[in-house]
Design a protein around this ligand. Structure first.
Ligand SMILES: *Cc1c(COP(=O)(O)O)cnc(C)c1O
Length: 337
């Protein structure tokens, strides 16, 4: 890949050399297999196709200044995928198998891990699907776990820049006791109409309110919400949001930096009191927010056109840990050798 223009890579699928797979059949996981084909074949009655038995993960590996490849908190992704699997009655992938598959997929595609200077990284996509057929609504008996990878560009090509979010009261992503806390495709299908509308109207994402009362902040389509007020890092507690590993890491960094961390329900009205607001997730680490518009209520909350000081410090610290330039005090990264 000597000719790859790493800096101009976007966030999208690109073919790499290999993917790794493991099949669950006859009550047990088989051996980890290496494939070069991008295709999978399955029964047309597979539960992932009919009833949404599907879960995925997203994590990244980074080439450090020292040339080493580091993967960030993959044990957390392994645990979360097991919880998602249990939540929709799929066979959980054992943590050791998950981590071995991720390491193997990175090693086999080492030439696609972008150089340090590019600011790009290797995106890793683990996927677990029900492949066994069921026409009655029942969990599959057979599952496929796949890990594939692709290089992705720096999220902020023009620098770390704030964007706008939209609140729409007429859409929900997930119900309070539904599947919002699991990383499953169904939640994403449920968010596409609102997401497309937001993009058409010039917003980068939708900020969802809680589905029941429409009073509290839940999360942004594929990212958690956080706010800074004075010395506080504030993020929602809700039964319908996905626990972001980035958010968990930022809470720890915030604590290390001497901020007070609050995890609690956040009323929409509080948006007016925050100094800084951001969305956080693996893709961007932090996407600072400049404006939130509550479209039906015709309300607007503004946070300034430049990223806030605290958000910037949090972003730089986490990126530094990932690229090996800031001390990894909490053992979050694993070097791939
Ligand atoms: C994956 C995801 C996030 C971000 O989680 P990270 O572990 O930080 O990448 C946030 N919200 C939703 C709904 C997600 O699916």
């Amino acid at each position: 890949m000597e000719t790859t223009d790493w800096k101009n890579l976007g966030f999208g699928y690109t073919k790499t050399d290999y993917n790794v797979r493991c099949y669950f059949k006859d009550g047990k996981w088989g051996r980890l297999e290496t494939h070069s084909s991008e295709d999978i074949t399955m029964h047309m009655g597979a539960t992932c196709l009919h009833y949404g038995q599907e879960s995925f993960e997203g994590l990244k590996a980074f080439r450090g200044k020292d040339g080493k490849i580091r993967v960030f908190r993959m044990d957390e992704n392994a645990k979360r995928m097991a919880q998602s699997a249990e939540g929709i009655r799929m066979e959980p992938v054992p943590e050791e198998l998950f981590c071995e598959a991720v390491r193997k997929a990175i090693k086999l595609n080492e030439r696609f891990v972008p150089p340090y200077e590019s600011g790009a990284s290797l995106y890793i996509r683990p996927l677990l699907i029900g492949t066994g057929p069921q026409i009655g609504v029942k969990p599959a008996k057979e599952f496929l776990f796949v890990v594939f990878v692709m290089p992705v560009g720096p999220y902020f090509k023009e620098g770390f820049k704030p964007t706008d979010l939209a609140i729409y009261r007429e859409y929900d992503r997930a119900a309070p006791h539904g599947t919002g806390k699991f990383k499953v495709g169904g939640n994403y299908a449920a968010s596409m109409a609102a997401g497309e509308r937001a993009h058409e109207e010039g917003y980068s994402a939708v900020l969802y309110l809680d589905a029941k009362e429409k009073k509290y902040i839940d999360e942004c389509g594929p990212a958690n919400f956080f706010a800074i007020r004075g010395n506080q890092y504030i993020t929602p507690r809700s039964t319908s949001i996905l626990e972001s590993i980035t958010n968990k890491s930022l809470r720890q960094i915030a604590t290390d930096l001497g901020l007070e961390v609050e995890v609690r329900p956040i009323l929409e009205d509080e948006l007016a009191t925050f100094d800084e607001v951001g969305a956080c997730g693996t893709a961007a680490v932090i996407s600072p927010v400049k404006r939130i518009v509550d479209v039906e209520e015709n309300k607007e909350y503004n946070y300034g056109v430049d990223p806030g000081k605290v958000s910037t410090k949090l972003y730089e610290t986490l990126r530094g840990i990932q690229y090996g330039t800031v001390e990894d005090k909490h053992n979050w990264v694993q070097v791939i050798e």
